[in-house]
Ligand binder design. Structure first.
Ligand SMILES: Cc1ncc(COP(=O)(O)O)c(C=O)c1O
Length: 416
């Protein structure tokens, strides 16, 4: 076992947790809560810069979670911060949108092949939920096909925790299996002429299972089945968007959805969601009622405009592929040298590490605890995120910590 660290290391954190326990249900809710993580993880953060973050006690970490995806250029990227500050000096939340909304819709429809129009909101859940509403408004049908185990957000129709959710909230969702076209076909046969849409993520990134890339034949087959049935193909690009490709994540496969949902990385950490759609769904998108008090905030849109431009100018996807490849090679070599059987799945920009036979994630927890104590923030059960701010020195520093973490795993023995 990793020896216990000084209690002082997280003393500010402990104080904040104790205060939160009295005034916030559960202390912290949702997946940002560290209660299911090994001891040693701080709950509260103070700041970030580039590829590094600091917790409330001032401990520094190389960040391999990137705020669960939103930070793609690095924390407080100067170009993004300058654009956001310029806009903030004018206004953010007003009686209507600023010119930034029009500019951003132009930029996103130019960047993404399938997009003829854009609408904005705040979170990924806003975007995926609006996609379903638009598909239903367009078709006048009820059923939506959703892959078993997929995460599309935290609204009643999609939250992974069914507490407080009614069967009626999910009454018209029909499951299929990712990368299994026959299961889609079978689900469509059951649904008949009531199918409004099919939601799919660019890769299979369900929690706690190895990531799976899309079979190109599956993606193309989904497109044809949607064409045949008149249903909308909805790509949930909230997590992968802009990390895999500077455009829709399925563009390299030659498959264009009818609607796509975006958030996370599009504004480098500023709160913004987006839906992009085809002309054929423009009237349906216009016809629904959807809005929020903060959805037209101009600061996050200014941040997004800067983010998109920098991503393009600096070929950040290429940079993340290089850095992610260096990390993956290093991890694979280290595991081999320690005689540990691991799986490294997913694109190198969004890697996921699991240990063979580690069904209860006990080895992953040993590894993660050693990493966090060594100053590397990664997650034992969820894919990690590489940012464009990571450099070779960061990767080498991460690898020096993971080498010790693999050593700890080797000493802790085989999975129970
Ligand atoms: C694929 C996917 N869709 C939707 C969401 C929901 O996004 P948000 O948490 O911004 O509501 C997430 C969030 O992790 C996601 O990964």
């Amino acid at each position: 076992m990793v020896s216990d660290v000084s209690v002082d290391r997280l003393s500010v954190d402990a104080g904040l947790r104790a205060r939160a326990a009295k005034v916030v249900p559960g202390g912290v809710y949702g997946h940002q809560s560290v209660t299911s993580l090994p001891s040693g993880y701080p709950q509260y953060m103070s700041r970030g810069l580039g590829s590094h973050v600091w917790d409330a006690d001032g401990n520094e970490y190389i960040d391999l979670m990137c705020s669960w995806g939103p930070v793609i250029l690095g924390h407080r990227h100067p170009g993004v911060e300058a654009a956001a500050a310029r806009q903030a000096a004018e206004a953010d939340c007003q009686n209507g949108p600023s010119a930034r909304m029009v500019e951003l819709a132009e930029a996103m429809t130019q960047m993404v092949d399938h997009a003829d129009w854009a609408m904005f909101s705040k979170n990924g859940t806003d975007a995926t939920t609006q996609c379903l509403t638009i598909a239903r408004a367009a078709t006048g049908r009820r059923k939506i096909l959703v892959a078993t185990g997929a995460y599309h957000g935290a609204d009643p129709w999609c939250t992974p925790n069914p507490r407080g959710v009614l069967p009626e909230d999910r009454a018209h969702l029909v499951p299929y299996r990712y990368n299994d076209l026959a299961s889609v076909d079978a689900a469509m046969a059951v649904v008949g002429d009531d199918l409004a849409g099919v939601v799919v993520s660019p890769i299979r990134h369900d929690i706690s299972v190895d990531l799976e890339l899309p079979d190109p034949a599956f993606a193309a087959g989904l497109r044809s089945l949607c064409n045949r049935s008149g249903a909308a193909l909805i790509l949930d690009d909230v997590r992968c968007g802009l990390r895999l490709h500077h455009g829709s994540s399925w563009e390299p496969l030659g498959v264009a959805p009818d609607l796509s949902a975006w958030s996370k990385a599009i504004a480098n950490g500023y709160a913004l969601g987006a839906i992009l759609g085809r002309d054929s769904l423009r009237e349906a998108a216009r016809s629904i009622y959807t809005t929020g008090s903060f959805w037209f905030g101009a600061v996050s849109m200014a941040a997004s405009l800067a983010t998109l431009q920098i991503l393009e100018d600096e070929d950040t996807v290429g940079r993340m592929v290089d850095i992610g490849s260096r990390l993956r090679r290093g991890l694979a070599e280290q595991a081999g040298a320690h005689g540990i059987d691991i799986s490294l799945s997913g694109p190198v920009q969004m890697p996921f590490l699991t240990f063979a036979g580690d069904d209860d994630f006990a080895l992953a927890d040993v590894f993660a605890r050693q990493a966090i104590l060594g100053g590397v923030w990664l997650h034992p059960r969820h894919n990690w995120f590489v940012s464009g701010a990571m450099d070779e020195a960061d990767v080498d520093q991460v690898l020096s910590v993971t080498d010790a973490a693999f050593g700890q795993v080797a000493r802790s023995g085989s999975p129970s």
